[in-house]
Design a protein. Structure first.
Length: 392
């Protein structure tokens, strides 16, 4: 199918602008508007609710996040009116599962994305015993979605094998798009010295924010800035009260993040679990120095890793920063320019890759659907029967 004729609907659970997955689809849709006939994004928003967005409940252990429920009738009406060629859903979630049910009911091809290592996340939050149960449930839901979808899209090479093992048909590797603010805002030249270091992202266990706080305490000669929100916010605020060189800005808009990156020389992404790390790509686009851990999926892209400082095994953030500082200003500036060029190329390639994946998905015959009286009953019956078969 000609991509200019495509009608694409994204049904996403992640709150708009509040985490990496939410920002990913927000940015992707903004780029696709000029590439396809029609693209719509159904996604919860804290301040400007989507018409398909219903009631919500707080997520246990994280007061900064809420779990939203979709309005099934409104979402069904949108699908009926739009008649999309493909419905894209990002893995397990209430919005995604209802979108999946509607697609299967009406014979619309589905593209599932795989952007989160759920097994490693639940281990961090719930311990081994509960993680085994929760991880098993999430893997089972993923298998159901993968097996009933026409294609799957992943954002790093290591996740392709995981998706295929879970039953995904035709898994495809796609890049990560950038918001226009990071691409089009004029770049501020990198300073010759390393004076300011920043972290941008969720304040959560998987981000290993504690190591950033330790670095700030070890380097009183440098200034450190943090932007974000999450369950570890109190820990960050307490550290800021104790350390004069540490500054917390809370959740920031895109424009504010650009401003922070431009006044800093280094961004640190210290994550212990990170499927990609969009903020690292954003900092690269701003021509900044970026430190990542070996756990970050962005390192798996050969064209991008040349613009990163990846921590060595057993190396502390303190040692990595010292290694970076030991290089000449000319070398650091050259690496930063390389980083921006690679980030902009990734942005362009991501749109090409996504349009190709969507066009291919639209051309495939959808898997056989099942007609049950309501989305809730359909999903529960389908998932429970599948889970029992796998458990027995």
């Amino acid at each position: 199918m000609d991509t200019k004729e495509l009608r694409i609907l994204f049904v996403v659970d992640a709150i708009k602008g509040r985490n990496g997955v939410g920002a990913y689809f927000q940015d992707l849709v903004s780029h696709l508007k000029n590439q396809v006939a029609q693209v719509e994004l159904v996604q919860p928003c804290m301040h400007n609710p989507h018409p398909c967005q219903g009631a919500s409940v707080p997520i246990p252990g994280d007061p900064t996040q809420r779990l939203f429920f979709p309005k099934v009738r409104e979402l069904s009406a949108l699908v009926w009116e739009m008649k999309p060629d493909v419905i894209v859903i990002p893995g397990p979630g209430i919005f995604s599962m209802i979108g999946y049910w509607i697609a299967k009911k009406w014979g619309i091809p589905v593209c599932v994305t795989f952007q989160t290592d759920y097994n490693r996340l639940v281990e961090l939050y719930w311990g081994k015993r509960l993680a085994r149960l929760a991880g098993g449930f999430l893997n089972w839901v993923n298998r159901t979605l993968f097996q009933g979808s026409e294609t799957a899209a992943t954002i790093c090479e290591s996740m392709i094998a995981q998706a295929r093992a879970a039953g995904a048909r035709n898994p495809q590797l796609v890049g990560t798009p950038l918001a226009q603010e990071f691409v089009n805002t004029p770049v501020v030249e990198l300073d010759n010295t390393v004076q300011r270091v920043c972290y941008v992202g969720r304040l959560a266990a998987e981000k290993n924010i504690e190591s950033f706080l330790v670095l700030a305490s070890q380097r009183p000669d440098l200034q450190f800035e943090i932007a974000g929100d999450g369950p570890l916010r109190n820990k960050v605020e307490n550290a800021c009260r104790e350390q004069n060189n540490l500054h917390f800005h809370g959740w920031c808009t895109r424009e504010q993040v650009v401003s922070m990156l431009d006044r800093c020389q280094v961004l640190v992404l210290p994550s212990s679990v990170e499927a990609f790390g969009t903020v690292a790509l954003e900092a690269m686009a701003r021509e900044r120095l970026v430190i990542t851990t070996p756990a970050c999926g962005i390192n798996e892209w050969p064209a991008l890793v040349s613009g990163l400082w990846v921590m060595k095994v057993g190396e502390s953030l303190f040692d990595t920063v010292e290694r970076l500082q030991s290089l000449s200003p000319v070398t650091r500036a050259f690496k930063a320019r390389q980083a921006r060029q690679a980030a902009l190329a990734m942005n362009d390639d991501a749109i090409i890759q996504w349009t190709a994946v969507l066009a291919h998905c639209a051309s495939l015959a959808p898997a056989s659907s099942w007609a049950l009286p309501s989305p809730t009953l359909a999903l529960l019956r389908r998932l429970s029967s599948s889970y029992l078969r796998n458990a027995l």
